[in-house]
Design a protein around this ligand. Structure first.
Ligand code: ADP
Length: 476
């Protein structure tokens, strides 16, 4: 492949490293190997953490203006290399090239945002309750950060952790998902070109997610763990990080509801539903998993949605006009198939799709009359399936939407301003899309409540996740 950012080496302490011991990365569209990367060990990981600690001692004292110039350079180089990054991303994740190009812009928006916001990590002066002291606060970076990221957004999930960490004066050791590590290595190359000093950002590649994950979560030199992935793994990592009282921020699984009220603009709701459901073939943590539609508009919404879904073009991400790519692998196909079969066995009707096309490509699906005890109501499907439930009243819709241990994103459509406020307040989720199916934005706080996570990414809050507040007490 002619692509200067496609590098089959890990990036450790400022050097690209190859190894005899490697693992293969598979293109989900073809099930063929794209290349190999070093299968690093826990011992390798330990050394890299030590180098990140070493680097932190000088990076934290690098003036914020200098750090800003470097992060800004990452932003500019990413724009220059947009096509190369997107091609790597499509090859290893399967997502349509148009989405990969979009993800480069999306991820890079965080880099731009934090290059600016990092200059504004202001402290405060606070009136003292006694006359004998004066109080001020400063913010300082937490130290070495360990990051573990998933395969569904191979670039953006890294950018929104790396940029604030660098601006806060932290160094980072990243363990990208073993399915999509080439994008992470490409980003490391961009960081090197941008002048990120040796050891400030390292990428450890490995098949041993468990072993390296444990090292990153327990090593005392790591002061903060940031993770995006499943709730199950997040819970394990949180328990491991507890031993050394690390700061954590986790962005975990969701089970997003999408409510259509009888006063909604139905055509707009259909558009929002397709946008919020089929990005990355439904494999995003904010993907809609459950559609609740009020009974008087149920028929109209389901018919219009089925029509829109029928028109989606399913193809290899590199094919022209591809709108929906493959699922990531065979086990993802298995889960999606199981959710559809389970719903059908409990009475659901398929309006379109409902089956595997070939390989990892599952047909975009709309199912109606899904019963409340279907698996898809309680588990995140992570696939191109629209499951439609019916409700009568606003109270019932809210109760059903909130009937889940997850609380990442929720969406609803209504033209009634009072209902919008009321329902927005009542839904238990960290992010609410009101008359929109797309909520991600670098300047907004992204994150969940309940078992969907802890902490926020993006916005001014995303910078605070990498900083400690220090209180200075002056006797006078
Ligand atoms: P997903 O369903 O997105 O693959 P996972 O939580 O399984 O979610 O994976 C997210 C990231 O966590 C990946 O980088 C994966 O390699 C890593 N991972 C998986 N299992 C563990 C584990 N036991 N400890 C640490 N990291 C893990």
């Amino acid at each position: 492949m002619k692509n200067s950012l496609f590098i089959q080496e890990a990036y450790l302490n400022g050097e690209f490293i190859s190894s005899e011991n490697t693992f293969e990365i598979i293109n989900p569209s073809t099930n063929k190997s794209i290349g190999t990367l070093p299968n690093l060990t826990v011992e390798d990981c330990k050394k890299v953490i030590e180098s990140a600690h070493e680097a932190w001692l000088s990076w934290k004292n690098t003036p914020v203006g200098d750090r800003c110039a470097i992060v800004r350079k990452i932003y500019e180089l990413t724009i220059q290399h947009k096509q190369e990054l997107a091609e790597i991303m499509t090859l290893e994740s399967g997502k349509p090239l148009s989405e990969s190009l979009g993800e480069v812009d999306y991820g890079n928006a965080f880099v731009e945002w934090f290059a600016e916001e990092g200059k504004r990590s202001y402290g405060e002066t606070i009136p003292s309750m006694n006359g004998t002291t004066r109080i001020s606060t400063i913010k300082q970076g937490v130290g070495v950060v360990a990051a573990i990221t998933p395969w569904n957004f191979p670039l953006a999930m890294i950018s929104r952790k790396l940029a604030p960490a660098l601006m806060a004066g932290c160094t980072m050791v990243l363990k990208p998902a073993s399915q999509t590590p080439f994008t992470a290595i490409a980003l490391a190359k961009i960081c090197e070109m941008a002048g990120v000093p040796k050891g400030v950002f390292s990428v450890v590649t490995s098949k041993d997610s468990k072993g390296l994950g444990k090292e990153l979560a327990t090593n005392p030199l790591v002061r903060k763990l940031t993770f995006t992935g499943s709730t199950e793994v997040g819970s394990t990592l949180m328990a491991q990080a507890a031993e050394t009282i690390k700061r954590v921020s986790f962005e975990l699984g969701g089970n997003a509801p999408f409510l259509v009220f009888d006063d909604a603009d139905i055509d707009a709701a259909v558009k929002g539903a397709v946008a919020g459901k089929f990005r990355n073939a439904g494999q995003t943590c904010v993907s809609i998993n459950r559609f609740f539609v009020q009974e008087s508009v149920y028929e109209e919404f389901s018919q219009k949605l089925a029509q829109a879904v029928k028109n989606l073009i399913v193809a290899d991400g590199l094919a022209k006009n591809s709108q929906v790519g493959p699922l990531i692998n065979a086990s993802a196909v298995k889960k999606v198939t199981q959710h559809v079969e389970d719903a059908v066995s409990k009475g659901a009707k398929i309006l379109t799709g409902g089956k595997l096309i070939e390989g990892n490509f599952f047909a975009p699906t709309v199912m109606t009359d899904v019963s409340d005890d279907a698996l898809i109501q309680s588990e995140e499907t992570f696939g191109p399936i629209c499951a439609l439930f019916k409700y009568k009243t606003e109270e019932e819709a809210i109760q059903k939407a909130n009937d889940t241990p997850f609380g990442l994103a929720a969406y609803f459509y209504s033209e009634n301003v009072r209902r919008c406020q009321r329902v927005g307040e009542a839904l238990e989720a960290g992010m609410i899309g009101i008359n929109t199916g797309l909520i991600s934005n670098a300047s907004a706080p992204f994150g969940g409540i309940k078992q969907s996570g802890i902490g926020r990414e993006g916005s001014k809050y995303g910078l605070d996740e990498y900083m400690e507040i220090k209180y200075l007490c002056y006797g006078i």
